[in-house]
Design a protein around this ligand. Structure first.
Ligand code: ADP
Ligand code: ADP
Ligand code: MG
Length: 472
């Protein structure tokens, strides 16, 4: 790669490892930014070099744009990969990199900006002929929100225009509950994003989250790599993703990917991006939700069914090279599923569980099983960052084969020292609704978790009852 000999990784955890791997594949050297607690992480050890950029708190390290740019220049890098989260979707960071003469492995600042405000993105999508969920513009007052909600009909979702990661969202069933929900959504959005702009969307019941992966290069080519279904969510956050979607027809699949390519073309999109849709099985309709202008956590399921390396493509595109394949070359094969393994305790409302990993016995490596992680036995999960330990991904000929393979892999995966979401995944993958492809975006919150809690309560009262029974 002529334009990039050395690349700076402005991120941590599994995605930092993933980016270093892509660099290795391309023969590009890598420099990983590390906070004080991340000095000895897997990414730091695998990279050509690691540089400490500050104290553990993200605001003192991974979010310090100037420090990162200076470190990249100082270590002789030509490019910066921001990963996901942190600075990945800050237009100012993309601009700062380019100003310093560094290639930003992501879209142009203008594209990040255009899609960063969800309400603005919704209008762009409408211009590209893609329907949005029936909804409103910004709602500044409770009266305005109430009129909008009555127009689209309850239940509605309150959403933050600057939102992300499911924050600032509230499901509201009646006009009476609206003012309080608006207040709490506004304060959450203000705290998380520094912007309290809210809008209203009709809540689509029993909906599926289906998103399309696109790539664009600086030569004007846009390709899509099919869709992912991310309907297994808790509190609007993805937990399990798969490709292809078990819920949509071939006709919808084609319309959806054509819509995604059209929207990406509209903004002359460069690098990897994802256009998210909500699919309403009842009306067999899909609506635009938002566009994420970065590599996503769940990109591996697409890589498994297309046999393409998305992070390698991202780096080549940033170097000015064309996408290495054409739309006709994209063939989807088999079915892939990913489970996000978090250091969280599903039995305690998914409370984060930082601490020392004592046992780390992943399923043995074999074809069709992939583990993207930065963890190992003895690793200390720091409390400062998000709780993702790794992603377990399987690929099989069809969906039932993939479910079987994932259940075996989860059964074999042994972790001790910190609580993880593995028991949750085992239970979901064993559930008839998941097997039947019948889950929707609120299934975990409204159906699965309440049933699990009831089971746990019953088991608890049975164990509490047994000593007295034994005494009789
Ligand atoms: P994806 O849609 O890529 O699967 P998520 O929506 O779960 O992923 O977010 C990816 C990562 O980015 C997570 O680590 C999440 O905590 C982080 N993230 C999402 N939105 C924001 C935001 N607005 N600001 C900072 N971090 C964010
Ligand atoms: P974020 O930026 O937090 O990812 P999204 O707009 O993508 O925000 O919404 C997060 C999730 O909430 C989606 O993945 C989807 O499952 C669910 N969701 C969003 N809008 C709707 C809607 N109108 N009806 C039903 N579910 C929705
Ligand atoms: Mg989203």
């Amino acid at each position: 790669m002529a334009a990039i000999k050395r690349l700076f990784v402005a991120n941590r955890g599994e995605i930092a490892v993933r980016i270093v791997r892509a660099c290795d594949r391309l023969g590009v050297e890598s420099v990983v930014a590390v906070s004080e607690v991340d000095r000895n992480t897997l990414a730091a050890r695998m990279a050509t070099r690691a540089v400490c950029i500050g104290p553990p708190a993200a605001t003192e390290s991974y979010l310090r744009a100037e420090t990162l740019v200076a470190a990249a220049c100082g270590t002789g890098c030509q490019a910066i990969h921001p990963g996901y989260g942190f600075l990945a979707e800050r237009p100012a960071f993309s601009r700062m990199c380019e100003k310093a003469g560094l290639l930003f492995v992501g879209p142009r600042a203008e594209s990040i900006e255009a899609m960063g405000e969800k309400l603005a993105a919704v209008h762009l999508a409408e211009q590209a002929g893609i329907a949005r969920v029936p909804g409103s513009g910004p709602v500044g007052t409770a009266e305005k929100a109430c009129r909008a909600a009555e127009r689209v009909g309850f239940p509605v979702l309150i959403k933050a225009s600057a939102g992300g990661g499911g924050r600032g969202m509230r499901l509201v069933h009646t006009a009476r509950d609206l003012p309080q929900a608006l207040d709490s959504a506004a304060s959450e959005a203000r705290a998380a994003f520094g912007d309290a702009t809210l809008y209203i969307e009709k809540f689509i019941g029993r909906a599926r989250h289906v998103e399309v992966q696109v790539l664009g290069d600086s030569h004007g080519r846009i390709v899509h790599l099919g869709e992912r279904d991310c309907s297994t969510q808790r509190r609007y956050q993805k937990l399990i993703e798969e490709a292809p979607s078990p819920a949509i027809s071939e006709r919808v699949r084609q319309q959806m990917s054509a819509a995604a390519v059209r929207l990406a073309g509209e903004v002359a999109y460069r690098n990897a991006g994802t256009i998210e849709f909500i699919y309403d099985p009842e009306g067999d309709n899909f609506y635009f939700l938002e566009m994420n202008t970065r590599i996503q956590v769940e990109h591996p399921v697409t890589e498994m069914v297309t046999s393409r390396d998305l992070v390698v493509e991202q780096i080549r595109i940033a170097a000015g090279e064309p996408i290495s394949f054409s739309q006709e070359d994209v063939k989807l094969e088999g079915h892939a599923i990913e489970c996000r393994i978090n250091a969280e305790d599903p039995a305690r409302n998914f409370a984060p569980c930082p601490g020392r990993i004592e046992t780390w016995n992943p399923p043995s490596a074999s074809t069709g099983i992939r583990l993207d992680t930065h963890c190992y036995a003895g690793y200390l999960v720091p409390p400062y960052y998000d709780s993702l330990l790794g992603k377990l991904i399987v690929h099989a000929a069809d969906r039932s084969g993939a479910i079987r393979s994932m259940r075996h892999a989860l059964a074999d995966f042994e972790i001790s020292g910190v609580a993880t979401t593995i028991p949750f995944h085992r239970a979901v993958l064993g559930h008839g609704d998941f097997r039947d492809g019948a889950v929707h975006t609120r299934w975990v919150d409204q159906e699965f978790m309440p049933a699990m809690s009831a089971l746990q309560a019953a088991a608890k009262s049975a164990t509490e009852a047994s000593p007295t029974q034994a005494a009789k």
